[in-house]
Design a protein around this ligand. Structure first.
Ligand SMILES: [Zn+2]
Ligand SMILES: [Zn+2]
Length: 341
C-alpha cells in the first residue's frame, strides 16, 4: 500500500509498504479520510523527539474496518468507524490520579500512520477510543474527532458561563474549533485575534463577534476597548509562542481564566505581571492532549450538534499529493486539508 514516510526534517516521501496485519485486540482500518494537522507540519519541519526516522504521519482519520484481530468483538469488517490515535494505560500513577491525558506512556502509545491506505489501530484505542460512525456523519466531519477532543479537554479546564466574554488568540484549526465550542457552550461575546483577512472572516462565520487583525491593531488595547476596560472572563491562547502566552493574561479581567493551549518551542520561557495575577486573581492553566471522556464528548458534538467543523477545511487532495499539500501548509497556504486515499 501507499504510505507517507518522513525520512528527515522536510523530507517527506510516499512509499510502498506492506499493509499492516491486525494483532490481538487490534483492527486495521481502510482509511477513507485523514486530515492534516498543525502537529504534522511541526513534525515535518523538526522531526519528533519520540519517533526515530523514518516514520509515517497522520493521526486524524476515519474509515472502514478492514480486518479485526483476535479477541475484538465490538467491531466487524465493513463497519464505518472514527477514532483517535492513542488511549491511556489506565494503570499508571497519572491515570490513577485521574490525569489520563498525562498517562505516563501516552506519547509512546501514539500510533501514527493514517496518511496511508490502511491504518493499524492499537488494542487500547479499539477498547477505549474507537466508535462507529453514524450514517449521517460524513467522513470529513468524523475525521475531526481528535482535534475536537483536544479542544474539549482544553475547555474542560476552565469555567465558561452563559454570556461570558471569551478572547480566542489565533485562528488556525484549534482557535477556530475553540470559537465554535465556546459559542455552542453559550459564550456571549467571542473576540478573536489573529492575522490574514480570510481566516478572520472565517472566524466571524464560525461565531466570532469581534475580530482583531494583529497586523493592523494593538490586540491589548483592542480587547480593553471592546470590553470597556474590564477584560474577558476567559482567554484561550492558541498561537503557541511565548509572546502570545505573555500577552494572554493582559486580556483577562478580574477573576478571569487564561487557558494556554498552544505548545511553545522547547525551553521557551514567558513572564507574567505578578500584581495582576495576585490582585485580579487570575487563573492560568496549561493543558495537554485528551482523555477518553473528552473523546466521547467530541464524538457527541460531531454526531448530535451542528458544530460546523467542516468549514475549516481548505480543500481535499489524494494521498499521492500529500507532500505538495504539506509544502503548501509550510508556506502558510490553507489551514487544514482532507486527504482521501
Ligand atoms: Zn491533530
Ligand atoms: Zn497511564
Amino acid at each position: 500500500m501507499l504510505s507517507t514516510q518522513l525520512l528527515a526534517p522536510g523530507q517527506l516521501e510516499m512509499r510502498q509498504v506492506a499493509v499492516p496485519e491486525a494483532g490481538p485486540g487490534q483492527v486495521v482500518i481502510k482509511v477513507e479520510t485523514a486530515l492534516t494537522c498543525g502537529t504534522d507540519l511541526k513534525t515535518y519541519r523538526r522531526g519528533h523527539p519520540k519517533f526515530p526516522f523514518p516514520f509515517s504521519l497522520g493521526h486524524e482519520y476515519t474509515g472502514l474496518i478492514h480486518q479485526v484481530g483476535d479477541g475484538v468483538s465490538d467491531f466487524q469488517v465493513g463497519q464505518a468507524v472514527m477514532g483517535v490515535h492513542s488511549a491511556p494505560c489506565l494503570t499508571c500513577r497519572m491515570c490513577k490520579r485521574g490525569f489520563e491525558n498525562l498517562c505516563e506512556s501516552i506519547v509512546s502509545r501514539m500510533a501514527l500512520g493514517a496518511f496511508a491506505e490502511y491504518y493499524l489501530a492499537p488494542a487500547e484505542v479499539v477498547q477505549q477510543n474507537l466508535f462507529l460512525r453514524p450514517a449521517h456523519v460524513s467522513a470529513q466531519r468524523a475525521a475531526f474527532l481528535e482535534p475536537l477532543a483536544c479542544v474539549v479537554q482544553g475547555q474542560a479546564q476552565v469555567p465558561l458561563q452563559a454570556d461570558d466574554t471569551v478572547v480566542v488568540m489565533g485562528c488556525g484549526t484549534i482557535g477556530l474549533l475553540h470559537i465554535m465550542l465556546a459559542k455552542e457552550r453559550g459564550a456571549g461575546r467571542i473576540i478573536v485575534s489573529g492575522r490574514h483577512r480570510q481566516r478572520l472572516e472565517l472566524a466571524v462565520e464560525l461565531g466570532a463577534t469581534d475580530v482583531i487583525d494583529v497586523d493592523q491593531q494593538d490586540a491589548r488595547q483592542a480587547v480593553q476597548r471592546l470590553t470597556q476596560g474590564r477584560g474577558a472572563e476567559l482567554v484561550i491562547e492558541c498561537v503557541g509562542r511565548p509572546e502570545a502566552w505573555q500577552e494572554a493574561h493582559w486580556h483577562a479581567g478580574q477573576g478571569g481564566f487564561v487557558l494556554l493551549f498552544g505548545g511553545c518551542p522547547v525551553e521557551s520561557t514567558a513572564t507574567f505581571d505578578c500584581t495582576r495575577i495576585h490582585y485580579d486573581q487570575l487563573t492560568i492553566k496549561g493543558v495537554f492532549h485528551f482523555t477518553p471522556t473528552d473523546v466521547k464528548q467530541a464524538y457527541h458534538y460531531l454526531c448530535n450538534t451542528p458544530l460546523p467543523v467542516e468549514k475549516i477545511l481548505s480543500g481535499s487532495a489524494s494521498l499521492a499529493q500529500l507532500p505538495d499539500v504539506i509544502q503548501q501548509l509550510d508556506r502558510g497556504q490553507g489551514i487544514k486539508y482532507a486527504i482521501v486515499p
